[in-house]
Unconditional design. Sequence first.
Lengths: 859, 646
Amino acid sequence: MPTTINGIGTHYYGKSNRSIRRGAACHSCGRVGDLQTYDTRLWFVVVFVPVIPLGRKTIIDECPKCRRHYAADQAKFAMARQLSLSGAREQFRADPTPEMATATHAQMVGFHAHDDAAAFRKEVLEQFPDDAQLRGALAEQLDQAGQYDAATPLVERAFELNPQLPEARNALALRRLVDGKLDEARALLNFMQEPGAGQLYPLMRLEQLARAYQKAGKHREALELSQHLLQELPDIGEHHKFRQFVATSEKKLGRPESMLPERGWSWRALFDSRSGRFSKGQRWAAYLSIVAALIVAGLCVLNEYRRGHRTVIVRNEFAPGATVTIDGETAVPDVSQSEIVLSEGTHHVTVKGAIAEEFDVDLETGYWQRWTHSPAWVINVGGAAPLMIETLHYAVNPRPSEFQLVVGDNLCFVPHVDYLFTTGPKRLEVGSDSNEVTKHQLSLAAEPPVALFRYALDNSSPESAIHYAENRLLLNPADDDLLKKYYTAMVERSQLERAKAFLKSQIARRPVLVGWHRMYHELHTTTAEKTALIADYDRWLAAEPNDAALLYLRGRLDPSSAEAQKFFDRSIAADAQFPWPWAALGYRACTRGDWKRARQCYDEALRRGFPEDLGSFMMLARLGLGEAAALEREYQDKLATLAPSDALPTLMLLIAVQGAQGHAAAARQSVEQWAAMVPPGELPPEAMTILRDIADLNAGDLNSVGQRVASGVASQPGRLVWLLISGKADEAAADATLANAWTDPWKALALSLALDLGGNREQAAVWREKACDALAQLGFDEVRAAELLRSPQPPELADLDEVELQPSDKAILVAALAHKFPAWHGELSAIAERLAVEPGGLSLLVHKATQTRPERGAP
Amino acid sequence: MTRAQFDSLVQALEQKFAGRYRTLAWRTALVAAMGYAGFLAWVLAIAAVGIAAFVGALFAPPVASVLLIIVGACVLAVALWQAVEVLWLPAPASKQTALRREQAPELFALLARLRRELRMPRIHRVLLSVELNASIQRRSRLGFLGWTRNVMTLGLPLMDLLTPAEFEAVAAHECAHLSPRHGRFAAWTYRVRGTWLLLVSRLQEPPKSSFSHTVRRALGRFFHWYWQRFHAYFFVMSRWHEYEADRCAAEWSGVEPAAAALWKIDVCSRRLDQRFWPELWRESTAEAQPPSDVSRRLLVFLAGPAEGHDADRWRQAAAQHITDNSDTHPCLSDRLAAFGGTLPRGEGGMPRPPSPSAAQAFLGTRLDELRGQADAVWREEAMPAWRARHGRAASIQRRLRDVEQTNSPTAAAGAAAVSTLWERAAAALELDGPAAAEPLLREVLASRPTHGMANLALGRALLERGNEEGATYLRRVLVEPDNALIPDACQTLARYFQTTGQADQMRAVYDELSLFQLAQSEGDGVSARDAFAAADLTPAELQALQSVLAADRQLQEAHLARKLLRHPSQRPLFVLCVGTRRGLFAGLSAERDAELVGRLIPRVRLPGSVLVISPHRQFRALGRKIKATPGSRIDVSAVDGAARPR
């Protein structure tokens, strides 16, 4: 049958030589209707437009209901029809007997030559006017062709001529049956109800009669006929339709015993359409059961296969330095990413080499999910690979994708992944406007490790984040940004011992990782620790006396300024291109307020490729040298080239130099311009408050800060500085929200100074002592600073030079000493003023202190 | 494949493998295996698609994998269905009760001896029947899938008729079919053939669905090609097996008992087939139940004398019967000659049951009991057919009464009289036998000598009695064009000539049958590839045609040719190619020609089938060929000197 899908396929076009069999039963659906026979042409069509002719066809007996039909090649059918009909006619001419007439007529009816058949009938009936058998046979053929109207006169005449003629009685019975005259039909079919009739006549009409009786509610008659059918055709007792028919009537009559024979079970009969023992529905149910069994078996096999063959991705960022084995036997290829197949369950993973760890991974999914989900397991060696799980939404107006960063975990399990280490498409067919398609993607995060670490610290498990940072640092020890962030995070989380242990693991590594050593130094805050460290370096230097890095590091630890200078000189001598000693020398100059020397040393360090940002120190040096205007231009130029997210450090420098020049409005404008460039929502309001306070303090605009403090919107640092400078040190000391700030010894010292300036000497002494206590717990320079503060004797200038502190801190120290020793106020104030080049902040307090001469003898 | 083609193939194989039995056995086994391979390739090809879907599912994404499993399951189910449809062909179950060892210890001792000596496998069941025959079968319980058991069936009449030594020869013959003497694969080949027979019969049933129709179209060509060849190989091998089994029988019992057994079986089988069984079944007309003592009746019948010249005729037929390719068993004379046996000499008449007979010797005191069992089994198995015959007979008698009441000899005339006569003759033939029907058949043929069924029935009845006049009636059938009875008439004639040793006549009849088979499809169509000749119409036929053609004003030219058919009895097939005047546009000419053809089809009358065409479209080449046939042109310019109307 021609078929089209979306207008593409085959189709008949055109109808000619149409003939209709009225009231005939369709051979396919069995419904009675007008069956058409016609000539047509079969086409290959596209959007129902005929494109390629596929041949002329003769369509035979097309059902108006189900459209099923026979199709024959038109030429062949026409040829066969001509030859058969002419041959049959000729045969009849040669042998003009009723038997031949019957055969010829059958040919004509068979080929749907209904007009020829009608003419031929007329001819032969004239020739054999009283042959009842001929009329009966012709009528039977017409009945089979559905031409009841044409057959009826023949039937009636045949019955008139020979009332005993079986063909005539049979055909007449059909008509009585159709008219609902069942008893008359039964009487006509009496010859079929004799014993043995089934051997001579087809008993189909009797079965039809039985069904008609059943339909009319005459079950007794129906069963009588069924009993006869069963006797004549014992095999019919096996046929499910007959059994169903008999059972229905027996049930209606309430007969306890059935006339139907016992029937054994047969598997073959169930599947054999020829057996007739089971209905089509039962047979289909059997077939479908087998299909269902195969499907179930297939699904079980699939499930079991998936359970036993899970693909696990091993992400080994340490490859080939680290080798991975699973369950002690499965060796994973030494590449950064590999796939291995494991069964579900718990597996033991052993990592050896650059990183050593052992852990268990549990691969498990739900039974049903094995058919519906594509899970992904990633064994992440050292948790070093940053994995990003993204949920992508595809729609006409899609929601933003959601993502989850997985770092630091040894196993990453995602229940379902559509795109595994591949990128999902930008666009996807979603069907309709209201539909949303969600896909899951697992990939490697492309952001720098430090950014991922920062994100992970804030948004996922800190422990995992630290694990990630440590292993990333092992992978790339030169990542100073990450190292610094790690250090900061560890300090913030007071995990100093862990950080110390981690950093120590790479201390003995050569060439020396200067950044690691410096962070390691920072973790050793007490004099005792630093002394121990010095001993370590001395030992290493004994082994490698000309290692410039070790010499530099040893120098930066040495409590003696002169000794340190020697180590720095040796370091420079050992490696003229090594920048670090120059930077150290620059720092020393800064701590003494020797800005010219500091500038020279920093330039040397930068010339030698100093890896870190010297921005703030260089700024101090250049501010000290009066290059504020030049600095402002440079910072403004640099700021223009930077993205808002990367511009904050430069902005801080810019507003510092603008403040140093007293350009308060310019500083505020710089802050506002930068804030305007930051995408909405990314800048928290408190950050802006801090920036505004810093800008105003840098420019010395205390009124603006004071207004914000009064209205309660000032930042904590801004408020702290404003209180100290505005003579409200008592209030600051009593403010619980600032309590944390006073743990910083320099802030505590500043508070002491502010209290002193405010006349509260008693409290000033208390806070100075607190500051001294805290300083005494820190390094050599801080201890020295504490000693100077506690000393009853004014400091020698040489003593002050030995104290190497941040210029701003040292300025506080010197200002405090100036107030302690009024006799030396002038000289010390000059030193403090020289050091307090950094605008804003506590420098304002230093300026205030240096401008306020204390009374003699105090304290 | 026609009968002649099959005979040629068998002959070629016999010549090719003459004296090389082992090669033949191997080749037959290979051909049998090829059948398996062909079918398995088909099933595996389907299954491979299903398995590929299953395997694909293991690596496909979740939803796709479930879909692939469903698709794979459906395809595998089809493969399974195909395999079951063909491979699961269990042989029909037998209702016969197996003989137990304690019932016939002597018989089982003989079989044990035969098994030992001939190194044959175990016989699982021994059955008793009421046939004058013995057979051994390897019955497969699962069709091609195997699980066979060996079943030996022994006919009680056979055991009654033969002496113990002769029976041993028959038993040895049957056992030889399972022995290694037939080669390693012989038994398997027999089993495969049995299954193929079931399969071929299954394939000959009409398809139940368009799907099975499609499958059959795909497999049918292979099956047809393969089956003919396998059957030919098997036939040659099987015939060799019969000779080999006869040699084995002669070795076991001696040449004389073996020869005597074969002769007795041959002669008495003819007697039973022509006398005992037809008469027994004729009892079903009157009796509603089959007799319960058939084996005793057989014994009495075999012990009684034969009528008239029947004994001589059957003895003569046994001696003169010639081998053909209808049966794997060679004729008696060939079988005897193969192992050096001769026809028994001495007294005439029919062989009688000896004393002691094999039945008495091997079944001993339990003979009567076993006879009763065999009778009961036969009765049960014959019951449905007996009842059907009984019912049919009653119906025929009733109908005959009706016919005679309605069409009294005076009332019925002409065609109706012939019809009534034939109905009575057919009823008599069925109810009372050929002898009773003969006068009526002659009466029918006197009224209508061309009555095909009457000719066939009378010819068959006469030849069965050895009356050569029967051939005359059968030959009348053979000259009727397109007569569907020709194959039956040929088979009857060939059987007669085979029985009377007329080999040339038999071959001629088979050739006739082959020609008929070949010509069967010739009349169905015409193409330009066929051969044509001038129509050779009689002047009257030609004039009638010219009149019809001349009456059509549009007709410009007409050519008539006759297709050359292979079988002389085929109805002539004419092709009339007509055309109108050529116009400027070919398309318009074609339309006009088509209309002309449409007008002429119902009017043209010729002594055979006629195809009226115009030389366009699909008939272009045919039209050219008809026109090019010498003498095909029909002059339509003048008819009987009258001017054509224009």
